[in-house]
Design a protein around this ligand. Structure first.
Ligand SMILES: NC(=O)c1ccc[n+]([C@@H]2O[C@H](COP(=O)([O-])OP(=O)(O)OC[C@H]3O[C@@H](n4cnc5c(N)ncnc54)[C@H](O)[C@@H]3O)[C@@H](O)[C@H]2O)c1
Length: 439
């Protein structure tokens, strides 16, 4: 590939970095910046080589462009190795010749992300969400296009950082897709186009109720930092609690269809079955009433309790009817179906769509995706809910987002102390509504 040829996609990336350095100011995108051909490889770095990172890397490589995975970074060597093994296994033969990550482009530890990002045109950020703000900041600083998983932060300080960096990404015309994949799912897109059929949305409901997720037990010899990093789901600074980590998907759909974000929240929650040393500090259920600026309400519930009713869905109620997300239809107030999306006929996968659309835009030198702002505000909505359930108070958006709450340790190192530490029995403090302050 000729790096000096400004008509290549690399030319587009190069020009973007000149803008970043303030060296050119004119709008960058023109036909002259379009991707030149099949030999122009789009290089990808994967940061966070766990379950989702492995899946997202595969989807990136399966997009119709000439994409190669060239660098990987993970906090832990064994996680990186098992991801590499999966991506190069004979079962994924469709990825043959697309994974080009020799030993010198594998990076382990807290700092590896910087080096991996430097080697790529596009980065996939798929660590636990606590690290997203710093990884996003670095990727934008290095002028990369980005696919980043949701949530994009775990505390208001992180949300504020992502919002600030999102603005810089926009100025630099860096494509950013956030893994809130319902935005890339055809049934949701078709329902959204027809949302006027239900009139004004007056209330909504959202559910993420199921059994819960994995637990990683403490191993002998682990430092506290290593233990929390391995069992990250149960620590708020890393995960955000499950209202943020999973239920964000459903809350985000309501924000999307409402075209805004709640102004306040109040709710209740606690832990009925998550008791004992293995479960860190998070709740196992939250029920939140979010209020939007027009007075409309979202009732949101999320629960991780085995043996209880499972339901992951969204419902929007309007003056003229209802949008039912799982059923993929719109009905009027008498139950008459006004629109039905045919899910069986839709052969596309929203996770794949995210990458197909992102890489197609990058290959053409198009600037099409700026998901970070919404990703940050939907993350903040879920954090607002958590602040409400932890405190038992009415929490206002403006106060919450400006609270300065920062749950992160002073430094990231295996011997560093997280802010949350266990007591002598190995138990962590859990929020007590009525006593815990929300910030
Ligand atoms: N969109 C979706 O439907 C969906 C589905 C699953 C997960 N996710 C999101 O993807 C992210 C990852 O989840 P997962 O299920 O893959 O978790 P995981 O534990 O399987 O993977 C996370 C990986 O990141 C690594 N890691 C942790 N800190 C790191 C750091 N500072 N630098 C580099 N690597 C680091 C871990 O060692 C691990 O290998 C989460 O934000 C999660 O919410 C999204």
């Amino acid at each position: 590939m000729n790096n000096d040829n400004k008509s290549t996609r690399r030319g587009f990336v190069k020009q973007t970095s000149l803008l970043a350095g303030g060296l050119i100011a004119a709008p960058l995108l023109s036909k002259a910046n379009y991707f030149s051909g099949a030999d122009d490889v789009i290089k990808v770095a994967l940061i966070g080589c766990g379950g989702r990172g492995t899946g997202a890397a595969r989807q990136a490589l399966l997009s119709k462009q000439n994409v190669k995975l060239v660098a990987m970074a993970d906090a832990f060597r064994d996680r990186l190795d098992s991801c590499y093994k999966t991506l190069t296994s004979s079962e994924l033969s469709e990825l043959k010749n697309k994974v080009d990550v020799p030993e010198e482009r594998k990076f382990v530890g807290f700092e590896g992300y910087q080096k991996a990002i430097a080697l790529a045109d596009v980065v996939i950020l798929a660590t636990p969400p606590g690290f997203r703000p710093i990884h996003f900041e670095e990727a934008v600083k290095q002028n990369k296009h980005i696919f980043m998983e949701k949530p994009v932060a775990t505390d208001p300080a992180g949300v504020q950082k992502v919002l600030a960096i999102a603005e810089i990404a926009k100025q630099k015309k860096l494509n950013v897709v956030v893994g809130l994949q319902r935005h890339y799912e055809n049934s949701y897109r078709e329902l959204f186009k027809r949302k006027e059929l239900i009139g004004d949305i007056t209330s909504a409901q959202a559910w993420w109720n199921n059994d819960g997720v994995w637990v990683k037990k403490r191993q002998e010899g682990q430092t506290e930092m290593e233990y929390q990093m391995r069992n990250w789901y149960y620590f708020v600074w890393l995960c955000g609690d499950h209202i943020t980590e999973q239920h964000i998907h459903n809350i985000d759909v309501i924000n999307w269809f409402k075209g805004g974000y709640p102004v306040k929240a109040q709710g209740m929650g606690g832990r009925e079955v998550r008791k004992g040393k293995d479960y860190g500090e998070i709740f196992d259920h939250h029920y939140v009433e979010f209020t939007y600026a027009d007075g409309s309400i979202l009732n949101s519930q999320c629960r991780h309790i085995p043996g209880t009713m499972s339901k992951v869905d969204e419902l929007l109620i309007g003056t003229k009817g209802r949008i039912q997300a799982n059923a993929a239809n719109i009905v009027d107030n008498k139950g008459k179906v006004l629109y039905q999306f045919d899910k069986k006929a839709d052969k596309t996968d929203p996770y794949q769509n995210e990458h197909d659309e992102l890489f197609a835009a990058i290959a053409k030198g198009e600037y099409k995706f700026a998901d970070a702002e919404n990703g940050a505000k939907s993350t903040m909505t879920s954090i607002l809910g958590r602040m409400a359930t932890y405190s038992g108070q009415i929490v206002e958006w403006d106060k919450a987002i400006n609270s300065g709450l920062d749950l992160h340790p002073e430094k990231y190192a295996w011997d560093a102390m997280p802010k949350v530490m266990p007591n002598a029995e190995g138990l962590y403090a859990v929020a007590t509504p009525g006593k815990t302050r929300y910030a």
